[in-house]
Design a protein around this ligand. Structure first.
Ligand code: GLU
Length: 428
């Protein structure tokens, strides 16, 4: 495959078609589910601090809401494309379905690089995004959440704008808000912890103790940092992480054979997950080309950054020691690379299952916000564990019973649930 021809939406549609075939879905249901129900594309004019105006392109794409209100993140990224947002919106529908949440799926985006915007410019961008979408979002309609390069502060600015426009307090309209301002305890940790709960279950099946394993990760944002935290607590050791270096406009991998020190690395990381290279070198980290994270001799690989990272061009560099690949990112592995991984008997935990912890906790946050009554952190995390574990076991049992790989099993379960909701509503 020519890497330049990669289109995430076509890949997402191909994955869907495969599941539709296995389920023998009728034509109308296929047509309905292989495209988003609604797409909103718009321009956001933002006054910059120097008085000039910059116009940004924004999106909210609502893939399907047959199972309940739309839920899904909102990403700030300079290379964002409409087809990436379409793919991500479809993957969110499967993600909420595999976790058996009463929700649909959607995604939002703004083509921008927040590294180059001041806090006040980011605030105006967030408010501008809401002014374009306030009519089509809401606590029982579509609830945006954080994603790559968006955080709790962004969600609060957006919520505030939504509440100013609508004239009511509606804390359930956004999730991933700051704790104390309608946010749920445990939301920051949820996606990363969820990845490791899935890894823990996979290790049980493979009869391997977590403390006997080592891992390498791509990414050092929210997902990767909290995945490392829980994995370390289980006794696992991470020897390599890779991140995007904004200054050099390329990625680097940071390696310590004895194991990276999470607290130390966090202390030299910016709020977008970028590690300060010189400081890492001073602390004794080996700095390698970004792609090196994939080539490490480890038991577990966790891509936790962005889509289209493990492709036909680099999949063969995965070491023969690797036993588990847990996809913490959305769409990190292309379908052809995924097939090679399955053929090599590497146990692959697919993206929309492995990374479901974030939206599971967003659902908890939405419930708490709508009640205006907040749970203790232990309660949130134990509910997260129950939901993640039961989603994992349902997929794993289905895979074994039907001789499917985990990705196919997760797809068949999710697509079936969404198709049934469309049929039961009388849509198709
Ligand atoms: N952006 C996260 C994801 O892709 C979380 C979505 C949410 O909380 O709704 O899963």
């Amino acid at each position: 495959m020519n890497i330049n021809s990669y289109n995430p939406f076509f890949e997402a549609q191909k994955q869907f078609d495969r599941a539709a075939e296995k389920l023998d879905l009728d034509q109308a249901t296929r047509e309905l589910l292989r495209n988003p129900l609604h797409e909103h594309h718009f321009l956001i004019p933002v006054k910059l601090d120097d008085g000039s105006v910059k116009v940004f392109k924004g999106y909210r794409i609502q893939h399907n809401d047959a199972r309940g209100p739309i839920e899904g993140g909102l990403r700030f990224h300079p290379q964002e494309t409409v087809d990436a947002v379409r793919a991500l919106s479809m993957w969110m529908t499967w993600k909420t379905a595999v976790a058996d949440l009463p929700l649909g799926g959607g995604k939002g985006g703004v083509i921008c690089d927040p590294h180059n915007l001041s806090d006040t410019e980011q605030e105006r961008l967030c408010r501008g995004w809401v002014r374009q979408v306030y009519k089509i979002i809401g606590p029982n309609v579509d609830i945006p959440a954080p994603d790559i390069m968006t955080n709790a502060q962004h969600m609060l600015w957006m919520l505030d704008e939504y509440e100013v426009i609508s004239g009511i307090r509606a804390p359930g309209a956004f999730t991933g808000k700051p704790v104390g301002m309608g946010g749920s305890l445990g939301r920051e940790e949820a996606t990363g912890y969820g990845v490791i709960i899935a890894v823990r279950e996979a290790l049980k099946e493979l009869n391997i103790r977590p403390s006997d394993t080592i891992a390498s990760l791509q990414g050092f944002g929210r997902v990767a940092q909290y995945a490392i935290e829980l994995y370390n607590q289980m006794g696992g050791k991470v020897i390599c992480v890779s991140t995007w270096d904004h200054t050099d406009q390329k990625s680097y991998a940071y390696k310590k054979e004895a194991g990276i020190d999470l607290i130390e690395l966090r202390s030299i990381t910016d709020k977008f997950g970028g590690i300060m290279k010189q400081k890492a070198m001073d602390l004794g980290y080996e700095v390698l080309d970004g792609g090196a994270w994939l080539q490490q001799e480890v038991d577990i690989l966790i891509p936790a950054a962005i889509e289209n990272q493990i492709t036909i061009n680099n999949v063969d560099s995965i070491s023969s020691r690797v036993k588990i690949l847990a996809e913490g990112a959305n769409g990190p592995t292309t379908p052809d690379a995924s097939e090679i991984i399955e053929n090599r008997n590497i146990f692959l935990i697919p993206d929309f299952l492995a990374s479901a912890g974030g939206v599971i906790c967003s659902y908890f946050e939405q419930v708490q916000s709508n009640m205006n009554y907040y749970w203790e952190k232990d309660e949130v995390l134990s509910k997260l564990d129950i939901k993640m574990t039961s989603a994992y076991i349902a997929v794993s049992d289905f895979a074994k019973d039907n001789e499917l790989c985990m990705r196919d099993a997760a797809y068949v379960i999710s697509v079936d649930r969404v198709a049934n909701a469309c049929h039961d509503r009388g849509w198709v």
